[in-house]
Structures are given as structure tokens and as C-alpha cells.
Write a protein that binds this ligand. Structure first.
Ligand code: IFM
Length: 466
């Protein structure tokens, strides 16, 4: 034993591997604001949020956290936290307003500045090309259920790679295509608000295709050291019991929630049980020769967004539901335990289950937690502090689960906390606060919550202290 080995570990009891990436994440529509500036045109979320009753309190992303005008201030906050990486998304309608043709210089300039300032601050930029803000013109032309949208996305990916190239360390094609396809086109709680099982399955396929075509464009323009990735919100599905019927309910949700993306992207095939299950609502003839090969262009890592598990049993769920027919055979049950302000159960074990499953199902694919976090009803107290002990407990439990999964052999390379800032939480508007930095939306004043100080300490120690 060397003197070094004998030294007590005073920094962290659960230490993460050297080089582990500690980040925070945001998305363009949720924080940028400046919705009509410098040539940006409406996205489907600008349109959807203006439909009465679709977003709580009639909130929109017009101003959001005004990040477009406060980039430097927000990067200074990240620097204070000590994050190694920052995951942001590019607003497609800001750089290519109609979703076709040449890019708008001012839109590109905004992201250039963001990336340059991140690099100057020693923070790795991690860019997502699509976090749900489709240019409205492309939706008017048919949106994601139309194949042409995938083609447009590939071209847009090429524009971005040409503009920012190797200055972005990681390029992620899509964020949570499940939500975009099934909440956007299936039960309509997200933009564009359509309610058609067939449209949602078509959209899911075109997301896979768009991803593959974007990977091809990125690879042809980027230097080899750039990482190319995809982020999925995989469902940690648990059957209520080990009865054959409950296990089959879980299989159905795994097919339409997880394998609908995992199989095409990593194995170049459609899950055959999904094709059988969905036969009543679709014949899948929109999948053409060569599509699955295109979708499975190799990528360097898989991003995973995890918040809570899904418990299911045999039965049926009341419509409207996003599950493309699966809800006729599946009952969704509340998982036990404490809940966040979203009414989502706090269950770190689900993250461990997901990571160890991926360790087994996708050997050799590095994993990155690209989102994890919780909303609570935070407020600044009279002294100006924002005390959020529930969020700290949530984060600690989930980071401990990640650590345990790494020890069990899962190749997890990083963790991005959702979110840096309080922001526009889609159909919930500004009523839900996910940030570790509190935003007073009237003044745009930022205040570090206790969880931000706690996270800075975790990063500085390289793990969790006891
Ligand atoms: O805010 C969202 C984010 O845009 C995508 N993943 C889930 C988060 C919390 O709902």
C-alpha cells in the first residue's frame, strides 16, 4: 500500500470516475425568449401556446428566462457552479426560419457567441438540434408524420455542423422523440396538438429517419473527435406483478415507449411485437426500404433522460392517451412514495434499473444522463435564499443510483442536471420550477437555490459526501 492509498478520502464517499462530465441542461424554447427577434419565425410551440387552454395561464415562450439577452450572465453562473459541460438546444426557426433554404446569419451568430463564451469559460458545449420547436411552416406542410420533414432536418443538421463544427464537443440529434411524437401527435398535450395514433407512429418513424440522416450529415462535416449522440426519455417500466398479463402489459409499453427507438437506431430493425400490437391503427407501409439502415448509422453515445418509473398492469386506461392503442390493454398505476410538484414519483431505483438494463442490452454504448431533476414549489424567502431540500434529496438519491449502476458495470460518462434555470415547462407554463437557479420572471433576477450550492460542492468533490 502506498502513502497515497492510505490517505483518508476527505473529498467524496461516492466518488465518480475521473473525467466524469458534470453538466446542466436547458432547451431553447424554454429559456431563450426573443421569439420574434433577428429573423426568428414561429415554431409549433409559439402557435400552440397561443391556443386558449393549451398552456397553463396562457403562458408562452415569448420572453421565457430572456436567455437570448443574458447569455453572458448565465454562463457566469455555470462557471460559478463549476460545471464541465452545458447542454443547450438550437432553435431551428432561429437559424432556418422556414425549415428550408439558407441559414439566417444573426441566428447562427447567437449560437456562435454562446459556444465561444462557453469555451472561453472552460465549459464543453453539448448541442441538441431538436428540442421540440419545429418551424411552423414545416408543420403546415405536414409536420413529423410527413417524410419530408426528416429530410429537412438532415439539411438543417448539415447547416449547423458547417457553422459550428468542431467547436461543439457533442452533437445530439433529437431530444425525447417519444414526447414529440406521442404527446405532440398522439394525445395532443404538446405542440402541435394533434390526436391521431397513426400520426404519432408515423412521426416516431420519421424521427428515427431524421436522426439517421442527421448523423450522416454531421459525420460528413465534423472532425472525428466530435461525439454524435441521441437523447431518449426511456421508460423504466415495471409490471405490477409477475402475472403473465401484467408482464405483457409492460412488454407493450416497452415496445411503444422504448424499443420503437432503440431497435431501429441500435439494431436497424422494427420491434416485431410493436408492429403486431399496432396493426389495428397502422400498417407501417410508411417504412421504406433502406430506412432502418439509415436510422442505425452508428453513434458514439446514448443520452438518457430520467425522472420517474412507469408502473403498469393488464387492463385498460381511459382515453385520451398517447400510447397508440396500447392503452386498451394497459392500466397505468401510480408508483408509491413521495412526489414532486409535477406529481411524479421520486424513485431513484428506476434509474438504476434503466442503466443496468442498457448495460446488458447495448454493450459498448457509452451512456450519459442528459436530464434528471425535479420541480418543486420554490420561492425566495425574505432573506433572499431559496431553500429546496427536497430537490437536494432527489438529486442525491439519483446520483447515488448512477454511482451504483457504474459500480455494477454501466458505462455512464456524465450527468446533466435538469435544469440550470427555472423555465417554461411546456403545457405547465411557468407554474413548475425545475431550475437550480431561481428566476424571478418579473425582473429576470437569478438566484442560486440551495441545490445549486450543493451541486457545486458535488462537482468540486467529484462525487457525493456522506
Ligand atoms: O422540461 C422538460 C424537458 O424539456 C424535456 N424533458 C423533461 C423536462 C421536464 O418535464
Amino acid at each position: 500500500m502506498t502513502a497515497l492509498d492510505a490517505r483518508p478520502d476527505t473529498t467524496a464517499t461516492l466518488r465518480f470516475p475521473a473525467g466524469f462530465r458534470w453538466g446542466t441542461a436547458t432547451a431553447a424554447y424554454q429559456i431563450e425568449g426573443a421569439a420574434a427577434e433577428d429573423g426568428r419565425t414561429p415554431s409549433i410551440w409559439d402557435t400552440f401556446s397561443r391556443i386558449p387552454g393549451k398552456v397553463r395561464n396562457g403562458d408562452t415562450g415569448d420572453i421565457a428566462a430572456d436567455h437570448y439577452h443574458r447569455v453572458s450572465e448565465d454562463i457566469a453562473l455555470m462557471r460559478q457552479l463549476g460545471v464541465t459541460d452545458y447542454r443547450f438546444s438550437v432553435a431551428w426557426p432561429r437559424v432556418q426560419p422556414t425549415g428550408r433554404g439558407p441559414a439566417v446569419q444573426k441566428g447562427l451568430d447567437f449560437y456562435r457567441r454562446l459556444v465561444d463564451e462557453l469555451l472561453a469559460a472552460g465549459i464543453r458545449p453539448v448541442a441538441t438540434l431538436y428540442h421540440w420547436d419545429l418551424p411552423q411552416e414545416l408543420e403546415d406542410a405536414g409536420g413529423w408524420p410527413q417524410r419530408e420533414t426528416a429530410q429537412r432536418f438532415g439539411e438543417y443538421a448539415g447547416i449547423m455542423a458547417g457553422a459550428l463544427g468542431d467547436r461543439v464537443a457533442t452533437w445530439t440529434t433529437l431530444n425525447e422523440p417519444w414526447c414529440a411524437a406521442f404527446l405532440g401527435y398522439g394525445n395532443g398535450v404538446h405542440a402541435p396538438g394533434r390526436t391521431s395514433p397513426l400520426a404519432s407512429l408515423r412521426a416516431a418513424h420519421h424521427f428515427n429517419l431524421a436522426h439517421g440522416w442527421a448523423v450522416r450529415e454531421l459525420r460528413s462535416r465534423l472532425p472525428a473527435q466530435c461525439e454524435v449522440s441521441l437523447t431518449l426519455n426511456l421508460h423504466a417500466v415495471r409490471p405490477l406483478s409477475d402475472s403473465a398479463a401484467d408482464v405483457d402489459a409492460a412488454r407493450r409499453i416497452d415496445a411503444v415507449g422504448n424499443r420503437i427507438f432503440l431497435d431501429p437506431v441500435f439494431h436497424g430493425r422494427l420491434p416485431q411485437d410493436l408492429v403486431r400490437d399496432t396493426a389495428p391503427v397502422t400498417d407501417w407501409s410508411f417504412v421504406r426500404d433502406g430506412d432502418l439502415e439509415a436510422a442505425s448509422a452508428p453513434i458514439d453515445s446514448l443520452g438518457i433522460n430520467y425522472y420517474s418509473p412507469t408502473v403498469v398492469a393488464a387492463g385498460s386506461s381511459p382515453a385520451p392517451s398517447p400510447w397508440a392503442g396500447a392503452e386498451e390493454h394497459v392500466r397505468f398505476l401510480p408508483a408509491p412514495g413521495p412526489r414532486t410538484a409535477m406529481d411524479w414519483p421520486v424513485d431513484a431505483e428506476g434509474l438504476y434499473e434503466l442503466l443496468t438494463r442498457l448495460r446488458d442490452d447495448l454493450p459498448g454504448v457509452p451512456l450519459v444522463i442528459t436530464e434528471n431533476g425535479a420541480a418543486y414549489d420554490d420561492y425566495a424567502d425574505p432573506s433572499g435564499a431559496v431553500k429546496d431540500p427536497e430537490r437536494v434529496a432527489y438529486l442525491r438519491a439519483h446520483l447515488a443510483a448512477v454511482h451504483r449502476a457504474i459500480e455494477a458495470g454501466a458505462d455512464v460518462r456524465g450527468y446533466f442536471l435538469w435544469s440550470l434555470l427555472d423555465n417554461f415547462e411546456w403545457a405547465y407554463g411557468y407554474s413548475k420550477r425545475f431550475g437550480i437557479v431561481h428566476v424571478d420572471f418579473a425582473t429576470q433576477r437569478r438566484t442560486l437555490k440551495d441545490s445549486a450550492h450543493w451541486y457545486a460542492d458535488v462537482i468540486a468533490r467529484g462525487g457525493l459526501s456522506s
